[in-house]
Design a binder for this molecule. Structure first.
Ligand code: AQP
Length: 335
């Protein structure tokens, strides 16, 4: 389809201020693909409304998420940056693929189970069929590679199953995508409950470091991070909190576990937590500065959105025409 370059697609929901998990597990890795692949990075606002959103907040966060993409190094000249609801083919293919996704498959999705528990008063049909919209997001662009955190692995497996099912019925239609999951930062854990993943919608602010938190807030949150009753900085299955902090420290400094253990031998958790907080805040400072610059220029963000949507449409349209023809939809006569 896109003869010259293979395709990368990924998305982030504008459902809150992005976290260190979103950054280290996904966005930070996106720009590595820009030279070699044709990259689509989407702000998935249609996914965000599976949980009730305040409209003004959703609108603002959509701009913010786009600005954060760029502040994290994504050049709109090299990557297609766009908003999901600006390309209605996502919803259209989503509906079609709902009809090729089984109730049993969706019932097994752990994210649906988790989010239904968290939103017991709003277990809507969209929350249930969210994964088949994600399937459509990916297949629409004939994607080869999807950079994601490990929490999205199950949805990617479903994408592969649905694509293979559709191809088996109608002949080759969709490329079957592969996940790209970072080795060490695939699952950044909550600072308050290190057995749970860090989530942007967590109600406990101390559990979550946000990309836009000021330096003193970041340091305060790391100082409060739950560790254990010991004092040894060492990665171990029974030291989830410390292991999570080591992962974060290593991601920002490039140091190995052995180097980190040697650096903090005999120094206790206080020094270690402060060092993690400083490394994190210092690494995020340039991202925050660039974000502020971009957010001050809304007209530019709107141009990026418009260009991205146009480019995405051009390629989505080719897949949609093929799918419509294969399943037997008629085309309206153009007048
Ligand atoms: N804790 C995490 N560690 C590593 N990667 C993570 N991602 C999310 N949390 C972590 C990755 O970030 C990308 C965008 O995620 P999303 O916005 O689609 O939503 P999510 O996975 O549901 O993330 P959140 O933060 O938990 O959002 P809410 O609270 O709104 O549900 C994905 O690639 C994801 O893997």
């Amino acid at each position: 389809m896109f003869k010259d370059k293979k395709v990368v697609f990924s998305g982030v929901q504008p459902s809150g201020v992005l976290t260190l998990g979103n950054y280290l597990g996904a966005i930070k890795n996106f720009s590595a693909f820009s030279d070699e692949y044709k990259c689509y990075y989407c702000v998935v606002d249609e996914h965000a409304i599976t949980v009730r959103q305040n409209p003004a907040d959703l609108r603002r966060r959509t701009y913010e998420t786009l600005a954060l993409y760029m502040a994290c190094g994504l050049d709109p000249a090299k990557n297609t940056l766009f908003v999901q609801s600006h390309v209605s083919a996502h919803a259209e293919l989503g509906w079609i693929l709902d009809c090729y996704t089984m109730f049993g498959e969706l019932s097994r999705m752990t994210q649906f189970k988790d989010k239904s528990q968290k939103n017991a008063d709003n277990i809507n049909a969209g929350l249930f069929t969210y994964p088949s919209l994600m399937v459509a997001d990916i297949l629409l662009y004939q994607t080869e590679l999807v950079p994601i955190g490990s929490d999205q692995k199950q949805h990617l497996e479903l994408t592969r199953d649905v694509a293979a099912r559709f191809n088996a019925i109608y002949g080759d239609t969709f490329v079957i995508p592969e996940p790209y999951i970072p080795q060490t930062t695939a699952r950044i854990m909550s600072l308050a409950e290190p057995s749970k993943k860090m989530s942007k919608s967590d109600e406990n602010e101390n559990a979550v470091v946000r990309i836009l938190d000021p330096k003193d807030t970041i340091i305060k949150k790391f100082k409060r991070a739950v560790t254990d009753s010991g004092c040894e900085v060492r990665r171990a299955p029974d030291k989830e909190g410390v292991s999570n902090l080591m992962t974060i420290y290593s991601a920002f400094t490039g140091k190995t576990d052995a180097e980190i253990e040697a650096e903090f031998a005999g120094r206790g958790y206080g020094d270690f937590k402060l060092a993690v907080g400083e490394a994190c805040a210092d690494a995020l400072a340039p991202v925050q500065a660039e974000f502020a610059r971009l957010m001050a220029d809304k007209a530019y963000l709107e141009d990026v959105m418009a260009n991205g949507a146009e480019e995405a449409w051009r390629n989505a349209y080719r897949t949609m025409s093929k799918v419509r023809r294969k399943i037997g939809f008629t085309e309206p006569k153009r007048r």
